[in-house]
Design a protein around this ligand. Structure first.
Ligand code: ZN
Ligand code: ZN
Ligand code: FE
Length: 758
């Protein structure tokens, strides 16, 4: 006979872990107890030695679907001769370091409940259990008890209460437990806020409205979606026009895997993601066979070979989609560039001109949580937007990051809070470009810090003095560490992979503030967590009009050619970059360059992409950052090959660095453009040349480990080829998986770098 004490840390609260332990102990005839502890779960078992061993094995192997054991300590105790196994009340009650769970997609059992006509939750959109349902989007404070969630206004009926109290029930301590008798309900509003119908009738009417081509704002889990019939071209166009979203791809929710697979190519990895508890949007190859194949609106992702696809992840979405039985656009409920709406009265106000109807409910959303977006790189998931399902689970790092808050960058902002070895990265907040986004930033930052009640004594921010996030951190009057943008990118990727030796960091993106006050973005850094040396960079050029160049790739093209040809640049007037300008405007641009007025110097890889896209005749004016680079990626031919434009590496004594010179590459791009070579060929030789530039840099630097980070590495072909080529040459490449390569990942890098510099 034996008595053993276990202490377990990890994802073990709010996921049905205690009932699982209870059932396991009962099955094995063990006595003892299980209890939530401030930092995990504590268990004591007592019984036959063999049964105790089986308990430990099965504990590790059969733990509930969403739980995760990070650390397990076992100690043999004095035998007490206990007779029963019980679930004990939590100790202390102030479980501040316990992990707050993300929202989890509907589990198969709950799904069966809502589609079983004999079940009391038949077609009830707020069904959940300890394995699924809302968490982070409804929690107001820790510990995660109903009284600390937006479910506190609903009193459980006797049947729900008995489920909640029964350790053998799937809904034991399921905090948002509810049923049609006692829980939240649906309403359908017209766009003046009048209730037109309620409960299931509201759902049925919303389905009818979507079928008629209307735009319906649907209050979901972490915010509103705007939904329209994805097969109705006019409806999709109407939504784009009203939302002022010209070209950016729209996400699609499919009723089932079978219907999804009719439109998208899937793999074991992508199916695993679609059906996971995180249930993100997954970027999948569009299966479309020909231009005539127009089952889905052309306007969903114009010119884009991928579709952002997801499956329903709450009962509300499951019921809605089952009744529709066709794919719908499910895009964030906002006006472009604003944060997603979470409150119905606010939604009515802000989405008045966009949505015809509002399908709402009375379960409050405490914080915005957008859909997460994942792409697949060499058969492994890489997050592009980290929000629902992932936030706020921590990324674990080797160093103690306690009491530090990193405020992130400017675009795709997230913030990161450190406690011990956990980095709690906030959900995607968005671009900090307007008052509503600033508000969302402040709210998220404050709520993350107050949720964990972690007193802060250090802040980390970008080097850029004008970022809203930097100013916010500077105003906090806490000691502030400013971290260079591209260094933060590299450290974030190192932190994900526990790399703690010097690496070659290849950080390529659109824009980042350099300490020399130029715009960096094509960087080769010899870096560790503490610091970096700018070993090399892409040859620089000027951006006539500064920020205007982000919206107009043709400006990058002209700036680039000016770098090579100076005043003789007009000999390229036949190229589309020039011919798209009115002569008057072109004269202004050339003046800016000649006189060096409002024409900042940049080494940006993103702008180099823009310039080549422009020279190749792709869109000269774009509506979102990265659109031109995406167009170049999507122009790549089916059969790839190894052809590459020439690039060379030159030492620059003045800069004490090497420069990747693209002069000959651009000469050949121009020659190809004039020969009317296809965009596909130009795109391929350009992408391949950039990968060879990375190889040149790796050979020059000579470090074995190469880290690839920055928004340019959202480009799947560029990243996959860089990985393959680096491996071929004997290097060890690292790229992102848990946090995005774009600016959504830099808060993590800022935090870790700031701690190393303490
Ligand atoms: Zn469930
Ligand atoms: Zn009930
Ligand atoms: Fe960046």
């Amino acid at each position: 006979m034996k008595r053993i004490h276990f202490h377990i840390q990890g994802v073990v609260q709010g996921v049905g872990f205690r009932p699982f332990v209870y059932r396991l102990a009962a099955e094995l005839g063990l006595a003892g107890w299980v209890m939530n502890a401030p930092d995990g779960v504590t268990i004591e078992i007592e019984g036959q030695e063999g049964a105790c061993e089986k308990f430990l094995t099965r504990l590790k192997e059969e733990n509930p679907p969403y739980s995760r054991i990070d650390d397990l300590q076992a100690n043999v105790m004095a035998f007490e001769d206990s007779r029963t196994f019980v679930i004990k009340e939590s100790e202390g009650g102030n479980d501040k370091t316990t992990l707050v769970m993300p929202d989890i997609a509907t589990c198969p059992e709950c799904l069966a409940d809502i589609f079983d006509p004999d079940n009391r939750r038949y077609l009830y959109p707020f069904t959940n259990c300890t394995h699924c349902g809302p968490r982070y989007s409804i929690i107001e404070a820790i510990p995660y008890d109903r009284a600390n969630t937006s479910m506190k206004h609903f009193h459980m009926c006797p049947r729900c209460q008995s489920e909640y109290d029964d350790p053998l029930d799937r809904r034991f301590h399921a905090q948002p437990n509810a049923c049609p008798q006692c829980g939240p309900q649906l309403e359908l509003w017209d766009n003046s806020g009048e209730v037109t119908c309620q409960k299931h009738e509201a759902m049925r009417q919303a389905v009818a409205d979507i079928n008629q081509g209307k735009v319906v704002a649907v209050k979901g889990l972490g915010g509103f979606h705007l939904m329209v019939d994805a097969t109705n071209d006019e409806a999709v166009k109407r939504l784009r026009a009203r939302k002022h979203r010209e070209a950016k791809p729209l996400a699609i929710m499919f009723p089932s895997l079978a219907i999804l697979e009719a439109f998208c190519e899937t793999s074991a990895v992508s199916k695993g993601l679609l059906f996971s508890g995180e249930a993100p949007i997954v970027l999948l190859k569009n299966r479309r066979r020909s231009a005539a194949d127009t089952a889905l609106s052309e306007d969903i992702a114009p010119g884009n070979p991928y579709l952002g696809a997801m499956l329903p992840y709450t009962p509300l979405h499951h019921i809605l989609l089952r009744e529709l039985n066709k794919p719908v656009i499910a895009t964030s409920g906002n006006v472009t560039d604003e944060p997603i709406c979470i409150d119905q009265d606010e939604a009515l106000e802000r989405l008045k001109g966009i949505a015809d109807l509002f399908l709402v409910h009375n379960r409050g959303i405490v914080r915005q949580v957008d859909d997460s977006v994942v792409t697949i790189i060499h058969d492994q998931p890489m997050l592009l937007r980290r929000a629902r399902g992932y936030a706020p689970l921590p990324v674990q790092v080797k160093v103690d990051v306690s009491r530090t808050l990193a405020v992130g960058g400017h675009l795709k902002n997230t913030v990161a809070l450190g406690n011990k070895h956990n980095v709690f990265i906030s959900q995607h907040i968005g671009d900090l470009e307007n008052a509503l986004a600033f508000e969302a930033f402040e709210k998220t930052t404050k709520s993350l810090a107050s949720l964990y009640e972690i007193p802060l004594n250090k802040m980390a921010a970008d080097l850029h003095p004008d970022y809203f996030s930097t100013k916010y951190a500077a105003n906090s009057r806490k000691p502030l560490k400013r971290v260079q943008h591209h260094h933060a990118h590299v450290v974030s990727c190192m932190a994900e992979h526990d790399v703690d030796e010097k690496v070659l960091g290849v950080a390529w993106d659109g824009t980042g503030y350099g300490p020399d006050k130029t715009i960096w973005g094509g960087e080769f850094l010899i870096a560790d967590q503490k610091g970096y040396q700018r070993a090399g960079f892409l040859k620089t050029f000027r951006l006539p009009g500064g920020d205007m160049a982000v919206k107009e790739p043709r400006r990058s093209a002209i700036g680039l050619l000016y770098e090579l040809y100076g005043g003789e640049v007009e000999k390229f007037k036949d190229l589309p970059s020039f011919s798209s300008f009115a002569p008057k405007d072109l004269a202004v641009i050339l003046q800016m360059l000649a006189k060096n007025i409002n024409a900042p110097v940049t080494s940006s890889a993103g702008r180099l992409f823009d310039a080549v896209a422009s020279l190749a005749g792709l869109p000269q004016i774009i509506s979102f950052e990265g659109q031109a680079a995406m167009a170049l990626e999507f122009a790549l031919p089916k059969v790839k090959g190894d052809d590459a434009y020439p690039v060379s590496l030159k030492k620059d004594e003045k800069a004490k660095a090497f420069i990747i010179d693209w002069t000959r590459m651009i000469e050949e791009v121009i020659a190809d453009a004039r020969k009317k070579t296809t965009c596909g060929t130009i795109a391929l030789k350009f992408h391949n040349a950039l990968v060879e530039a990375i190889i040149l840099a790796a050979k020059e630097v000579g470090l074995k480990k190469v880290v690839l980070s920055g928004g340019c590495f959202q480009n799947r072909y560029l990243l996959e080829r860089a990985i393959t080529r680096l491996k071929e040459e004997g290097y060890v490449p690292f790229w992102h998986s848990q946090v995005p390569p774009n600016d959504g990942g830099i808060a993590l890098g800022q935090l870790v770098s700031a701690v190393y510099n303490a």
